[in-house]
Design a binder for this molecule. Structure first.
Ligand code: TMP
Length: 217
């Protein structure tokens, strides 16, 4: 039987450069001969992507209740774990996931104000102890990230999704919750300053990966 794969997550607020750096991490691992499954949350499978649509739909006709939002996030996660993440890890592939449950603690917990204990109950129910091996947290101030995000939305000419429509205070609470989680699990988290030039962000990411890969192999 092959050795179980490693589970790497990237986290951070909107506009911190997550997509670019998820691709960077994937390429870095592949260059070292590691089989990588790159995925994202909410989403990652057809049904979980359908749930993502419900979560991001900015249509004002019917507000989404805070509890419904939380449960949808975990419903998508349950599907994603069963169909994609767990099978990949079992066969020895490494999974690089753009957001995971730390995002729930940050957005639904910090942003929406849901008690962390309630989120932890769902986490246990859905994940049964599964947690990322390392979480790369791309951190920058929401004000600076907002400028980047607005530039991107303008360039792509896209509408803001339900989360992107939130005010800066929401993203400040999200950031605080992320930083608290990182402080409470320093062995799992690597905090990366995402306000530095991209090249420096990627040097920092490479250092963390080098250190972890050496420990794991
Ligand atoms: P994205 O910006 O990474 O594509 O993610 C879509 C949105 O989903 C983003 O605004 C954060 C939000 N989200 C949550 O609110 N809770 C979660 O658990 C996850 C994974 C994402």
């Amino acid at each position: 039987m092959s050795k179980r794969g490693r589970f790497i997550t990237l986290e951070g607020g909107e506009g911190v450069g997550k997509s670019t750096n998820v691709a960077f991490v994937e390429a870095w691992l592949k260059e070292r001969g590691i089989e990588v499954v790159r995925t994202r949350e909410p989403g990652g499978t057809a049904r979980a992507e359908a749930i993502r649509e419900l979560l991001l739909d900015p249509s004002p006709t019917e507000p989404l209740s805070v509890d419904a939002e939380l449960l949808l996030v975990f419903a998508a996660r349950a599907q994603h774990l069963a169909e994609k993440i767990l099978p990949a890890l079992e066969r020895g592939a490494w999974v690089v996931c753009d957001r995971f449950t730390d995002a729930t603690f940050a957005y639904q917990g910090g942003g929406r104000g849901i008690d962390a204990q309630r989120i932890a109950q769902l986490e246990q129910f859905v994940q049964r102890g599964l947690a990322p091996d390392v979480t790369l947290l791309l951190d920058m101030s929401p004000e600076a990230a907002k400028e980047r995000l607005e530039g991107r939305l303008r360039d792509l000419n896209t509408q803001r999704d339900r989360f992107e429509q939130e005010r800066v205070e929401f993203f400040m609470a999200v950031r605080r919750a992320y930083l608290e989680r990182a402080a409470s699990a320093p062995e799992r988290f690597a905090l990366i300053d995402a306000a530095q030039p991209l090249q420096d962000v990627q040097v920092a990411l490479s250092r963390v990966l080098e250190e972890r890969v050496a420990q794991w192999r």
